[in-house]
Design a protein around this ligand. Structure first.
Ligand SMILES: Nc1ncnc2c1ncn2[C@@H]1O[C@H](COP(=O)(O)OP(=O)(O)O)[C@@H](O)[C@H]1O
Ligand SMILES: [Mg+2]
Length: 277
């Protein structure tokens, strides 16, 4: 596990001569998105949240810190792009005005696997945190590796001056058990938990309109209450989310699911304004 007092941390950025922490200071809000386990929709939420912020007039970047499952470029339709280097460091790729840094934008092909051991992953994550030329940003969203292992912990430790964490969960007990661990990990690290989002919450049959609670429903809200953190809202299980996401597009213009998501973003912005903005 990396240490806050890591001597490397304050070194001058080799590329620009700028202090590493200064780059992060140019970003008004840094938010990490975590989950107790993979496959709950963490990347889908991150990508669409960035699009929602952008549409509201904010400047946004996404740091895809999920080194082994870097899905943000696919979700934003920029799988073919690659990161470049300049005198200022790593230049993020652009998707619809959103700045993106991801391991997937460095790999030879989209099916290449990152089979690195811990220290190499950590070196890559450090570069992603400190050597990227984000410029001025209103929001940096960080898609964390899933779970509560060394990797998400290290990323959180590297990011100074963070606003807080969002935990994405699905409603079934097993996922909730893991999500509680994720919430507790953030709290133990002194990171403010901005709230829980329950994803894949209930399914409304497009043919008959009956609501089927495939993964159960409401557990995210109950868990939030028990843990004393905010509940930001829920997003239904909806096949439209899969199809537009697979095409690298957003679902936020998609009627009811878009509205449900925008409400979540409204609540998050409200929550952020409680402290600063
Ligand atoms: N609300 C939802 N309804 C239906 N499918 C969803 C929903 N949220 C996410 N998905 C799908 O579930 C899969 C996993 O989502 P992803 O965001 O990659 O999860 P994670 O980043 O947590 O591993 C993707 O195929 C995605 O399109
Ligand atoms: Mg993911």
């Amino acid at each position: 596990m990396e240490n806050e007092k890591d001597p490397d941390r304050k070194r001058d950025s080799p590329a620009s001569g700028e202090k590493e922490d200064d780059r992060l200071k140019k970003i008004r809000h840094k938010i990490v998105i975590g989950s107790g386990k993979g496959g709950v929709g963490k990347s889908t939420v991150t990508a669409n949240m960035a699009i929602s912020f952008k549409r509201r007039g904010y400047s946004v970047g996404i740091l895809d810190a999920d080194i082994t499952g870097p899905d943000i470029p696919k979700l934003l339709g920029i799988e073919e792009k690659r990161l470049t280097a300049s005198d200022e460091g790593i230049e993020p790729a652009d998707s619809m005005g959103i700045k993106v840094v991801s391991m997937a934008l460095l790999l030879e092909s989209r099916d290449s696997a990152v089979v690195w051991r811990g220290p190499m992953k950590m070196a890559a994550l450090k570069q992603f945190v400190f050597d990227v030329n984000w410029g001025e940003l209103d929001f940096l969203l960080v898609d964390l590796p899933p779970g509560t292992s060394d990797e998400p912990i290290s990323v959180v430790q590297l990011l100074s001056g963070m606003d807080g964490a969002i935990v994405v969960t699905t409603p079934q007990d097993v996922a909730l058990l893991d999500s509680r661990k994720a919430v507790n990990m953030f709290l133990m690290m002194g990171v403010r938990v901005l709230g829980i989002i329950e994803n894949m919450s209930g399914f409304r049959c497009p043919n008959c309109g009956t609501v089927v609670n495939i993964f159960s429903r409401g557990g995210g809200e109950r868990a939030a209450r028990e843990l004393g953190v905010d509940f930001l809202g829920s997003l239904p299980l909806d096949p439209r989310i899969v199809s537009v996401s697979d095409m690298g597009k957003s679902f936020i213009e998609n009627g009811d699911i878009g509205e449900a998501f925008e409400k979540i973003v409204d609540r998050l912005l409200e929550k952020l304004s409680e402290k600063k903005v």
